[in-house]
Design a protein. Structure first.
Length: 344
């Protein structure tokens, strides 16, 4: 979808201290071969259960993004919060907490649970909301936050293609200006792929007791076996390529014109990675940053864009591809054009 008068006014992340992959190998948390294959150097790891609860991390990132964009909280018409994992309290509306602490009492707030595509999916949903002309406010706040604590999640080994880092990110959309203009967004979907996140597990009346460690890698294997899709690899590839092609077309952008691509922190280790599929050289992706933080759940894209702005790696006229995907399966892509100074 092509957008007019839609801008990123502020973007920020909040990350806890890093723990090196080498240290994880030394203490037996990570196999040396897996560390080499995935190429991740460290993970952001939150240690304080109360202070670093995911919604609290999200509030820190949100306040910073609002401040950087000079956005008055009273001008925010919508708050969306995305996450993958436990937010600290059972059966609790965490998005309302983020909205109250970062913006105020009256703004509508909703949670998004579309796995790793939650942040990017929220960006397109918020853009559509602002495009409809809400009665009050000209801005929308999208936040992400997760803390992948044990014992239920083994951040180093729970999924085959990546390792999970903790942290939060936030992005503010505005119809009145910002440091970057949103040219286009696209979401493609293939709901037949949800089985890869479900595996062959039965539906239960309540969580398992005792609670097992989540093994997303095994679920994928079991789901692929149960589905028996002969064209399974093509379903993934077709979905990703469709999102890329459509967003480039809608934004009148050639792939050669992409100065930077912010993509999920993931490595298959087979020599054929996502950046190859997108047609963007690895050195122009966010990998060099992401390999230091790990996969931040739904927050890789906002945190990656924040890092580009903080380091001055992009400047006026540069076009940035934000590309996300999540189990279900959905893929959201956006092209933004940097308009002015991005120093903060």
């Amino acid at each position: 979808m092509r957008w007019e008068n839609l801008y990123v006014s502020g973007v920020a992340s909040w990350l806890p201290p890093l723990v090196s992959a080498d240290e994880a190998v030394t203490v037996g948390l990570l196999e040396p071969e897996r560390r080499k294959l995935r190429g991740i150097d460290s993970l952001a790891v939150a240690s304080d259960a109360e202070r670093d609860a995911p919604p609290r991390m999200a509030v820190r990132a949100a306040r910073e993004a609002l401040s950087r964009g000079g956005t008055d909280p009273a001008d925010v018409a919508l708050v969306l919060h995305a996450s993958l994992w436990y937010q600290g309290i059972d059966m609790w509306p965490e998005a309302s907490y983020v909205a109250h602490e970062a913006v105020g009492r009256q703004v509508p707030a909703f949670s998004i649970a579309q796995r790793c595509n939650g942040g990017m999916g929220g960006l397109e949903l918020a853009a559509s909301y602002l495009g409809a002309g809400p009665a009050s406010g000209h801005a929308a706040l999208i936040t992400t936050a997760d803390r992948f604590s044990g014992p239920r999640v083994d951040r180093w080994n729970t999924v085959d293609v990546t390792m999970y880092g903790d942290g939060a990110s936030a992005l503010v959309l505005s119809t009145r200006g910002g440091f970057a203009r949103v040219l286009a967004t696209v979401t493609s979907a293939d709901n037949s792929l949800e089985i890869l996140g479900r595996g062959d597990e039965p539906f239960r009346r309540h969580p398992q007791i005792p609670v097992p460690t989540v093994d997303l890698g095994q679920r994928t294997v079991d789901g692929a076996r149960a589905a028996a899709y002969e064209d399974l690899p093509h379903r993934y590839i077709d979905l990703l390529v469709a999102a890329r092609n459509r967003v480039l077309e809608d934004s009148d952008t050639a792939v050669e014109d992409i100065a930077r691509a912010v993509i999920p922190v993931s490595r298959r280790g087979t020599g054929h990675e996502l950046h190859d599929l997108l047609g963007v050289p690895d050195e122009r992706t966010s990998w060099s940053f992401g390999r230091t933080t790990g996969h931040l759940g739904a927050g890789d894209q906002f945190a990656g864009l924040a890092e580009l702005t903080e380091t001055g790696a992009v400047g006026p006229g540069d076009r940035v591809l934000l590309f996300g995907g999540g189990a279900g399966y959905t893929c959201t892509a956006a092209v933004v054009e940097i308009l002015g100074s991005t120093t903060v």
